[in-house]
Ligand binder design. Structure first.
Ligand code: XIL
Length: 355
């Protein structure tokens, strides 16, 4: 593999894929867009397919922004993942859904609303989207319990997730259907992992068409700037969790990789090295699971990253969470991802060859 092989080429050599989220800022910047086309085999809309974007009013769908990006991605030969058909967290559902006039008031109304939304979005894109984050973040990270939202009184929490998957399967029968969440490998995520696993077990037991777990993989440090390294209890716990998930017959995806550097030193070289190290430790463990099929970054360039506005640094310096800096130069994080992809066990094993 040549030294300037793209991350997707490195991934493909192991039977994996590499991609990135693309948001309005990145899409609006020709250099950032070109970088995505160069490095990726897959893209996902950062916000443009969420309810809040697609469904500005109860009686109106707006696909303009999503369509523009999708047309561009296809013209570049990129595959597109869909994100997301139901973001369970109340704050991310559209405001109108909480207005008394529009909140569902019966089981039939709740079912009709979900069916209309998921049916309309899935049918519009058909085979153009081969993998959907059907449901996002149903489990409360602090308690491990499922979250409540406007659909809960009528459909329940597990019930709405199950319905969302059934509808996605009905309207996009070709697609890989993914449950996506933030649980990580830190000790603080133990309840979250247990809650997600319990929910997936219940879904599988009910015969729900769920095919994979999306590991968002927003990595970082604790408040003292320390991060997790391979070995030790958390690695064992993480392996145990991923084994339990794959034992259910589910595949894995890394869907939103980036590194929150807010507690790391200001010095750029030190910070970049730490960011790369944080990702490498995590990727080596996680990529050792052959059921893991792709790695997606949540943005390729620091300038466009959501990390700039979410959780800013105390010293006000720009964050350096992505594989490329604000001027489009590759950083140590890019090298860490490349090395982790190259070191991953090949997915082209004998079983795959026979399949
Ligand atoms: C984030 C976007 O990056 C922001 O621009 C937006 O303001 C909020 O959502 N988990 C997810 C993503 O599943 O959809 C989130 O994206 C980041 C956390």
């Amino acid at each position: 593999m040549s030294r300037d092989a793209s991350l997707d080429a490195l991934a493909r050599a192991r039977g994996l894929r590499f991609g990135s989220a693309l948001g309005r800022c990145g899409f609006g910047d020709p250099a950032a867009r070109a970088l995505v086309a160069r490095e990726c085999g897959l893209v996902v809309h950062e916000n443009e397919l969420k309810w809040r974007a697609v469904r500005p009013r109860p009686d109106r769908f707006d696909f303009a922004a999503a369509d523009t990006m999708l047309d561009w991605a296809e013209a570049q030969g990129l595959a597109v993942r869909g994100h997301t058909l139901l973001w369970h967290t109340p704050r991310w559902l559209p405001d109108w859904l909480h207005e008394p006039a529009h909140a569902p008031r019966s089981l039939a109304a709740a079912e009709a609303l979900l069916a209309e939304h998921i049916g309309t979005v899935c049918r519009r894109y058909g085979r153009r989207i081969a993998s959907w984050d059907v449901v996002n973040e149903s489990v409360d990270p602090d308690t491990g319990a499922m979250r409540d939202n406007v659909f809960t009184p009528h459909l329940g929490n597990l019930g709405q997730v199950e319905l969302a998957f059934r509808l996605a399967h009905e309207h996009a029968p070709h697609a890989q259907l993914v449950y996506n969440d933030t649980m990580g490998w830190g000790r603080g995520s133990a309840r979250h992992r247990a809650g997600v696993l319990a929910m997936l077990e219940a879904l599988v037991q009910r015969g729900t068409p769920v095919h994979a777990l999306g590991l968002q993989s927003h990595l970082g440090t604790d408040a003292e700037g320390r991060w997790l390294r391979r070995s030790g209890e958390h690695e064992r716990e993480w392996r145990w969790f991923l084994e339990a998930v794959t034992a259910l017959g589910l595949e894995l995806l890394i869907t939103e990789l980036d590194v929150d550097d807010r507690h790391l030193p200001a010095d750029e070289a030190t910070r970049d090295a730490a960011v790369a190290d944080i990702a490498r430790e995590y990727l080596d463990v996680t990529l050792s699971f052959r059921a893991l099929r792709c790695v997606m970054a949540w943005g390729l360039g620091d300038a466009q990253s959501w990390m700039q506005s979410w959780w800013p640094r105390d010293d006000g310096l720009p964050k350096r969470s992505c594989p490329y800096d604000g001027t489009g130069r590759a950083k140590p994080l890019r090298a860490a991802i490349a090395a982790a992809l190259s070191a991953a066990p090949s997915r082209f094993d004998a079983a795959d060859a026979l399949a």
